[in-house]
Write a new protein. Sequence first.
Length: 237
Amino acid sequence: MNTPLTELGVGWKLAAMKSLAWRPRCLSGLLAALLTATGLIAQTTVSVPLLVGDSGKIDLGFFTGGSLLQISASGTGDLVDSRYQTNPNGSMAGAPGAPYLFTAAGAAYGAVSGFPSGDGINRFVGGGANYDFSGSGWMFAGKQTTDTTDPAAIRAGAIVGTFIASPSRGDWFLIGYGGTFSVPAGGANLFVAVNDSFSPDNHGAYSLSFTVVPEPSVVAMVGAGLIGLGCFRRRWR
Ligand SMILES: [Ca+2]
């Protein structure tokens, strides 16, 4: 007996609706599982000791150009034998000890000969400093200015990163508590370090975690492949 065309049409619609209801649950799980299994999405956590300066920078490995790195950092450390405690963005994690009282927010912040002087007050939110007035000079990363409102100034004790193997001052960028960072075209290794001009008296370590978000084209390819797989399995049953 022939099945009426109208029933065939309804049957197809029902099958399509069931298929659509089935896909989101399975595909999201499959996509996450496959991306994790292939290493496209995986969280890695590393310790960043405060004594790691620019000469001992940590190599986090090679990352594909165009991918995004989602980074988060936590913990506190000490830059000068318990007198200068900082957070991953270089803000103060405790009251500074003498002679580092200038690191407190609102304290007098000295001028440095030959450089923009700012207004002489430490305007860094949460305190901190990008110059060691006790004698060690500028940190290795960030703009050389005592204008503490300048966003290009990077504080001592901050986690900084670079995609350059032999970086100069301007090649470093602030990682701080983290964020999303784009890997340059062609791909590169990411190096991280703690911004300080004298590291041997530093103590403690930050914790840094990162996840690689693959290029949108890779996600699209994997997603298309899974949808194709889903269709194939559906029809095969
Ligand atoms: Ca130090």
